[in-house]
Design a protein around this ligand. Sequence first.
Ligand code: PEP
Ligand code: MN
Length: 350
Amino acid sequence: MKYPITICGPCSVESEEQVYDVAQKLAKHIKIDALRGGIWKPRTRPNSFEGRGKVALKWLKQAGIAIKKPVATEVANSKHVEEALKHDIDILWIGARTSVNPFAVQEIADALKGTNVTVMIKNPINPDLSLWLGAIERVQGANIDNICAIHRGFSTYEKSIYRNKPKWDIPIDLKRNMPEIPIICDPSHICGNRSLIRKISQSAYDLNFDGLMIEVHPDPDKAMSDAQQQITPAEVQELMNNLVIRKLKPSLEAKSLLDEFRDQIDAFDNELIEILYQRMNVVEEIAAYKKENKVTIYQPGRWDSIVNSRVESGKTKGLSEKFIKSVFSAIHNESIEHQGQIMNKENIKK
Ligand code: PEP
Ligand code: MN
């Protein structure tokens, strides 16, 4: 496989017609390197659509043959591996709910021994770099030459604009630990919502990722799984045409160290914004509580202790008192304003 790559296709293969239709439209609109489609779907809650099962392997493969592209599907156990290989599936990926489990990954790795299929390993659902590295090492242990990592974001309990937070520092660390492993980004599962896909795809390219895996459906709103995050073939064409794509491999050597650092700064700034958003969500809860209990917004004792403890912890990281005070004063002012608005709104309602 020559990177960078673009893999597109539906979250789930729903019917022979659906996968054939989307493959034809994709091939007509953009340069894809492989067609994806889930056959066995690991669903969070039971009684959701769990995929068509092995009958759909044939449909996926036929759709790939029709557009002369390799096909990719998810495997979660050795039986899946056997069935997929029997149907000549070219790329197998290990999903986030599987890469979290070393027993399951080892079972898959054992079933892969002696094959030359391409294997892609998604990050585990929880933000644990070692678990991701370990899953890759288990597949390497089966002497698979073509291995690629997929960054699909990390699950958190806190409210977030993302379905799975990107936490870019983790894939960057993976790249540092295993520079030989290409890493592609799956913006669909990070975003959970089609409106954010462009932003995340661009960030992935800005960070020198080796490609994208995007969920594309002929009629996304009618999709049987992940409807909100899927886009149409025309939309993926528009997205790919407008992405600023760096020449990844050749420019990697040429890219100056300064650029690498700037990409990291961009990623950390995005994380900062996400954290500030989450902090503000808590502020909103506090505002409701204070209103209910007739407590003033400003609590001087509490604020002094916040500033002192933040200054102390900043010092341990070499950050000056002046800097920490000015950052937290800006955060505090914004929180006060926000709380005021919320209390005011409730007043008007009553
Ligand atoms: C998928 O790609 O359809 C999928 C189930 O992904 P993940 O393992 O990232 O949730
Ligand atoms: Mn999906």
